[in-house]
Write a protein that binds this ligand. Structure first.
Ligand SMILES: *Cc1c(COP(=O)(O)O)cnc(C)c1O
Length: 355
């Protein structure tokens, strides 16, 4: 018999975020800001110090120390990963057994379902309310009824851009036996983090990333924060040299510049505000063509019956945004990029002759 791929991977395709070259990229929630020159200089100095023939520090000591300092958490509660994406995979492969149930929400980050299937766990999606808010009671109820082993969701949420306030997240974690993986990839843009109290729970792991607010998507650096028992387990099951020395040095440099990073976040939030307000005006002009959701992130989310055509129209004008069924997700760009995308959206909606 010739070799054949197993059924869980047979139909998979390599991840391809987008095909083609577009002048304006607002499809991946990246920061539009380049890393500040001062930090780039720090990078160069750090690279000069690296012993390239040596394996990296398995615990990324310096990086988790400055991370801890940045957020006011103890570094012994922190594990570094090759992007938080790697950490999601590590958590799923280690904290789940085959057939275990993982509860996530719909809509939420698509990688949760993907990694669940790779580890042969069962993914259960709890639908969100019609307005895309989370019904915490329903999540708790489903977790009990289905005996979920893990609950994973993003807060604020990618793609909806909505946030669940701290009190509701606390209520959820305390009410379930499952391990709660709280993906705070966008929490630098909002103020409802549970990082400071991660140690108080026996069933909470919080994920953070340098890819969004800190503009380091290229470098691949994420963190998991949890109590010492969970942290020991994560450190024990991850690949020993998962974060390379260059990334560790870059991460340490960026996170040691709190003032510059706080400034970057303010700039990104201002850009989001401009994009949001521009689209808000369009929503007033074309109320039957779109619905804009409140945003706690660096992107906005739009429901529209015209998502497919609208997306196509933007691509034809060399602007890439994320198309998701009945929705578009648009990352805040530079002032110029936001102006362009809003102008094109107006053009598209006017052309529809709607309303
Ligand atoms: C972007 C994103 C991540 C992945 O971040 P990396 O650290 O770049 O792997 C994780 N979760 C959510 C919800 C994201 O949007």
């Amino acid at each position: 018999m010739p070799y054949s791929l197993n059924e869980k991977i047979r139909d998979l395709k390599p991840y391809d975020p987008i095909e083609g070259n577009y002048q304006i990229r607002l499809d991946a929630n990246e920061s539009f800001l380049p890393v500040p020159g001062e930090i780039v200089e720090q990078f160069h100095a750090a690279v000069d110090q690296i012993a390239f023939q040596r394996y990296p520090d398995p615990l990324a000591g310096k990086a988790i120390e400055v991370f801890g300092h940045y957020y006011g958490v103890k570094s012994r509660l922190v594990t570094a990963g090759n992007g938080s994406d790697e950490l999601i995979q590590v958590l799923m492969s280690a904290f789940l057994m085959k057939g275990d149930r993982v509860l996530t929400l719909s809509h939420d980050f698509s990688m949760y379902r993907f990694y669940t299937s790779i580890v042969e766990a069962e993914c259960i999606e709890v639908p969100k309310n019609e307005d895309l808010t989370v019904n915490v009671d329903k999540v708790i109820e489903t977790a009990h009824a289905q005996q979920a082993h893990m609950i994973i969701f993003s807060n604020p949420c990618n793609p909806t851009s909505l946030g669940l306030c701290r009190e509701e997240v606390r209520r959820l974690i305390s009410a379930v036996d499952a391990l709660v993986v709280l993906d705070e990839a966008y929490m630098d843009f909002w103020d409802q983090s549970l990082l400071q109290e991660a140690e108080e729970y026996d069933n909470l792991i919080i994920l953070r990333t340098c890819s969004k607010a800190f503009g380091m998507a290229a470098v691949r650096l994420g963190f998991a924060v949890a109590n010492p028992v969970l942290t020991n387990a994560i450190r024990a099951v991850k690949s020993p040299y998962n974060v390379n020395t260059v990334t560790q040095a870059f991460g340490a440099a960026v996170l040691s510049q709190k003032e510059l990073m706080d400034k970057a976040v303010i700039t990104l939030l201002y850009a989001k505000k401009e994009l949001f307000e521009g689209l808000c005006q369009l929503e007033e002009m074309f109320p039957n063509s779109m619905r804009l959701y409140q945003s706690c992130t660096n992107f906005v989310f739009v429901a529209t019956p015209y998502a497919k055509e609208w997306h196509r129209f933007l691509l034809d004008n060399s602007v890439a945004v994320r198309y998701m069924g009945d929705y578009l997700r648009i990352t805040a760009g530079s002032p110029q990029e936001n102006e362009t995308v809003v102008r094109l959206c107006r053009e598209f909606l006017s052309g529809k002759g709607a309303d």
